[in-house]
Ligand binder design. Structure first.
Ligand code: NAP
Length: 248
C-alpha cells in the first residue's frame, strides 16, 4: 500500500471508530448526568442514561434510557447487557449514583438500621460490578483506538477517616469507590483503560457550596478526563469552572 492509501485507510478506520462511541451514565439525574450526557452527545457519543425510574422520552430523543438500581448487582448486569445490545460496547462509563441513610438518632451512626447500612454500602460495592462489566466492553475490538474511561463522581469524604454521622453511609460508598479506582488505575494502564475519581471542590479544596448547579463544570472536567492520552492521577479534583484543582 502506498503512503496515501495508508492515510486514507487510517482516516476511514478513525471515522468508523467514531460511530462506535458509546457512554453509559449510571445514576443520570438532572445535574451531572444531564450535562455530561449533553456534552457527550454533542461530541458524537450515543449515550445511555441509567436510573431507577427512567422517564418516557420523545421518539426523537438522542438518549437511550435504561432501568438500573445500582444497589443490586443483577440490575447492573442486566442494564449493561441491555445497553450493549442496543448501542454496542461502551467506551465511557460514569458512575454517578449515590445516596445516604441518615441515623435515626441524630449524631449516632449505630442507630442506622443494618439493612439500610447494607443497602447504602451496596452502592459502593457495585462500582466493582459496573467496572467489571465496563471492562468487557472496553476490551472490545471496536474500541481499540477509542478512549476507554471509567469515571466515578466523587467527593472529599474518603480523604479523611472521620465523617460527620449524617454522611457516614455516603462516606462508605465513596471510600469503596475511591479504593477501587485507585487500584484499577494502576492495574489497567498497560491497556490504556483509565479510571478516575472526579471531585468538584471549592476554591480552597473543600466541599463546594454550589453543587446543584455544577452540571456544566462536570461536563467540562469529565470531557477532559475522557481525552487524556494516558492515565493521570486517579484522584482528579476540579473547581466550578471545570478546571483542575490544584492548578499546576
Ligand atoms: N463534590 C461534592 O462534594 C459532591 C456534592 C454533592 C454530590 N456529589 C456527588 O454527585 C453525584 C450526584 O450528583 P447529581 O447532582 O447529578 O445528582 P442527581 O441529579 O440527583 O442525580 C443522581 C441520580 O442518581 C440516581 N440514583 C440514586 N440512587 C440510585 C440507585 N440506587 N440506582 C440507580 N440510580 C440511582 C437518581 O435517580 P433515580 O432516583 O430515578 O434512580 C438521580 O437521578 C453523587 O455521586 C454525589 O455523591 C458530590
Amino acid at each position: 500500500m502506498d503512503f496515501f492509501s495508508v492515510i486514507i485507510v487510517n482516516f476511514v478506520l478513525a471515522m468508523s471508530n467514531k460511530i462506535n462511541l458509546v457512554a453509559f451514565i449510571l445514576g443520570a439525574g438532572t445535574n451531572v448526568g444531564a450535562a455530561v450526557a449533553a456534552k457527550l452527545n454533542k461530541e458524537g457519543y450515543r449515550v445511555a442514561l441509567g436510573g431507577r425510574n427512567p422517564k418516557p422520552r420523545r421518539e426523537d430523543s438522542p438518549y437511550f434510557d435504561v432501568q438500573v438500581d445500582v444497589s443490586k448487582k443483577e440490575s447492573i448486569f442486566a442494564a449493561f447487557d441491555t445497553v450493549v445490545k442496543k448501542l454496542g460496547p461502551v467506551n465511557v462509563v460514569v458512575y454517578n449514583a449515590a445516596s445516604v441513610a441518615v441515623p435515626s438518632v441524630e449524631g449516632e451512626i449505630l442507630s442506622i438500621p443494618v439493612e439500610s447500612y447494607e443497602q447504602e454500602a451496596a452502592i459502593g460495592i457495585n462500582t466493582f460490578t459496573a467496572a467489571q462489566k465496563a471492562l468487557e466492553s472496553f476490551r472490545s475490538e471496536v474500541h481499540r483506538h477509542n478512549p476507554k474511561t471509567f469515571i466515578v463522581t466523587g467527593n472529599i469524604l474518603p480523604f479523611s477517616h472521620h465523617t460527620i454521622p449524617k454522611w457516614y453511609t455516603l462516606g462508605i460508598q465513596k471510600a469503596l469507590e475511591s479504593r477501587l479506582v485507585a487500584t484499577a488505575a494502576n492495574t489497567y494502564q498497560a491497556e490504556n483503560i483509565q479510571f478516575y475519581f472526579a471531585t468538584l471542590v471549592s476554591k480552597d479544596g473543600g466541599i463546594p457550596g454550589d453543587f446543584y448547579e455544577s452540571g456544566p463544570a462536570h461536563a467540562e472536567a469529565y470531557w477532559r478526563l475522557i481525552n487524556h492520552e494516558k492515565q493521570e492521577d486517579w484522584n482528579q479534583q476540579f473547581t466550578s469552572d471545570g478546571q483542575k484543582y490544584p492548578r499546576a
